[in-house]
Design a protein around this ligand. Structure first.
Ligand SMILES: [Zn+2]
Length: 265
């Protein structure tokens, strides 16, 4: 029996943001993996499925039937009762192999970091120390498994550094947020002038478009034109993966660029 595949992060969010739904039987045949290798998007009622990374021949295509990034799901093994499915992806395996004590510590640290970041004047040193602690709770090295619990934390810390015009720290955190999603990136730290390169693509989500744009703007500010273009190109690719097309990317990019110029300190 075919299953419906719907956009959005949960049925509740979907119902609120998308007034219609449909059945896409072919796409519904794809299994879930939190570490999925394709992403789907919609333009009107047309579903677009795009590779989210280089996929070797004969590799099974996997998608998200449910987002592993929503707060309620972070640090839990993905179980989808309606599909009678329990996920065995590297992320879920890592969660299963983490001791209860380790899981509790991770959850406690995550809450403490979020609460510190939500203060009016977040103590960034404290957040950095807590992030160093939470990194130690993961079983596998970061390049072997995504650390979904961390990408948002690094991204929020980057926003704090951005608001304080501490751009090198901002980029450091943005790169960490991409690393937590599985990206392996080379030559990102200046003054290295070698070509910026994504050696391995991680999970592309709409927020990572903004991540790449901010990185690109940082290189522009520092006068690294080649890296600025490369980061902007990665923003465009991510946009195409997540949105399905990139015809509207320039509009999005220039709107953000104008906004960032107007908020420069
Ligand atoms: Zn999983």
């Amino acid at each position: 029996m075919s299953q419906s595949v719907r956009s959005g992060t949960s049925s509740e969010t979907t119902a609120k943001n998308y007034p219609s739904c449909g059945l896409w039987p072919w796409a519904a045949q794809m299994k879930h993996s939190c570490d999925s290798n394709v992403r789907y998007s919609f333009i009107n009622d047309m579903m677009i499925v795009r590779a989210a990374r280089n996929i070797p021949r004969d590799t099974e295509l996997t998608i998200w039937h449910q987002s592993p990034l929503i707060t309620e799901q972070i640090d839990k093994r993905m179980v989808i009762p309606r599909l009678n499915f329990e996920c065995n992806c590297p992320v879920c395996t890592d969660i299963l192999n983490t001791s209860k004590k380790g899981s509790r510590k991770r959850a406690r640290l995550r809450l403490e970091i979020l609460s510190t970041l939500n203060c009016v004047k977040p103590d960034t040193e404290k957040v950095e120390d807590l992030l160093a602690e939470i990194e130690k709770t993961f079983v596998k090295p970061v390049h072997e498994s995504r650390r979904f619990a961390l990408w948002e934390l690094y991204h929020k810390l980057a926003e704090v550094y951005l608001s304080r015009a501490r751009r090198p720290k901002m980029v450091e955190c943005l790169l960490k947020s991409l690393e937590a999603l599985g990206f392996i990136i080379e030559n990102a730290i200046i003054p290295n002038t070698r070509r910026l390169e994504v050696k391995k693509w991680g999970i592309a989500i709409p927020n990572t478009v903004l991540t790449w744009i901010l990185i690109s703007l940082y290189y522009k500010y520092e006068g690294y034109k080649d890296k600025e273009k490369q980061a902007a190109e990665y923003a465009r690719i991510t946009y195409r993966i997540c949105i399905g097309e990139d015809d509207t990317f320039d509009q999005y990019h220039s709107a953000y660029f104008m906004f960032s110029q107007s908020t420069e300190t």
